[in-house]
Design a protein around this ligand. Structure first.
Ligand code: 13P
Length: 304
């Protein structure tokens, strides 16, 4: 690593101690950002961590809805999103008013919102879920019908595993949705010995072709315990970093070179340093929206 890189890492460590801060990073972050983080994980692990870390400042290296969830769960802490323009197009596909209208249309249905939603949408929801616990969350509900917001592919994945009617929202993650069955056919032809592992945000026809479907943390567990030595990974490219670190004896290939989330790639070490130095950009969620959103998030965390 260059001297500039080492100086930056040193400065981040010093500021982190001075500010009583913790750095939390999602599995899709740039490798150098993952490497300076205290906690790296999937959305569920990061939400759980945000709810209970003792530090007074949380530097959230991820996208906006993740930092927002941390601010909802820990309102007394300073939650920082180093790259303020790191959004989530999937989260932007649902708004509170449309969710309210959907609930009026289906008054007997529960509203389950994926954590990839705004605070305002969470506030309209009965419970949140992540890709790791979506099936468990839906199964835990008394209602026989569920409005599932906003990812249609995760909704299909859940619908195939529960004995309930799932009313999907027409949203999708542009990064995962662009994977096609042809990508799987080509990757398998190039690496016939490999197992194919995909995220439940991929299209159902792509998920059906995979050997394993799971959240980013579940992929990591699967890769550790499988006897297979070669795995083809169908999720955002940042995931390869933790997979390779934890399994130096295994080979990992990305299912498609197009598996890049530009928002997850926005955060750099310079952003992290500047954010710690200035304690900005700060994410806050106040009032009634926070009070209603926290119920949906805490109900999810109780289920696990
Ligand atoms: P995980 O919950 O599996 O980490 O996924 C987060 C996400 O935003 C997927 O696009």
């Amino acid at each position: 690593m260059s001297e500039i890189h080492n100086d930056l890492v040193e400065e981040i460590r010093r500021l982190k101690a001075e500010r009583d801060a913790i750095i939390i990073a999602h599995n899709y972050q740039n490798p150098e950002v993952q490497d300076i983080a205290d906690i790296v994980g999937d959305s569920l692990a990061l939400a759980r961590a945000a709810a209970k870390v003792p530090q007074s400042v949380i530097v959230f290296c991820g996208v906006h809805f993740m930092a927002e969830s941390a601010a909802i769960l820990s309102p007394d802490k300073t939650v920082l999103l180093p790259a303020i323009d790191a959004g989530c197009p999937l989260a932007d596909m649902a708004d509170a008013e449309s969710v309210r209208a959907m609930r009026e249309k289906h008054p007997d249905a529960a509203v389950v919102s994926y954590v990839n939603t705004s605070a305002a949408v969470k506030a309209e929801s009965d419970i949140c879920c992540t890709s790791a616990n979506a099936v468990r969350v839906v199964q835990s509900l008394e209602e026989k019908r569920v409005i599932f917001v906003p990812d249609q592919n995760l909704a299909a994945y859940v619908a195939a595993r529960v004995d309930k009617e799932i009313i999907p929202w027409p949203g999708y993650c542009p990064t995962h949705h662009r994977l096609q069955t042809d990508d799987v056919i080509k990757a398998r032809a190039a690496h016939p010995e490999a197992l194919v592992v995909v995220h439940p945000e991929v299209r159902p026809e792509v998920a059906e072709m995979a050997d394993f479907v799971g959240s980013t943390a579940q992929m990591l567990d699967f890769a550790k315990q499988t006897d297979a030595k070669t795995l083809i990974i169908g999720t955002e490219m940042g995931m390869l970093h933790q997979l390779k670190k934890a399994n130096p004896d295994k080979q990992f290939y990305l299912l498609s070179p197009r598996l890049v989330c530009p928002n997850m790639k926005r955060t750099t070490l310079t952003h992290v340093r500047d954010s710690l130095a200035s304690l900005t950009p700060r994410i806050t969620v106040d009032g009634d929206v926070r009070q209603r959103a926290v119920r949906a998030l805490e109900r999810m965390i109780e289920i696990g």
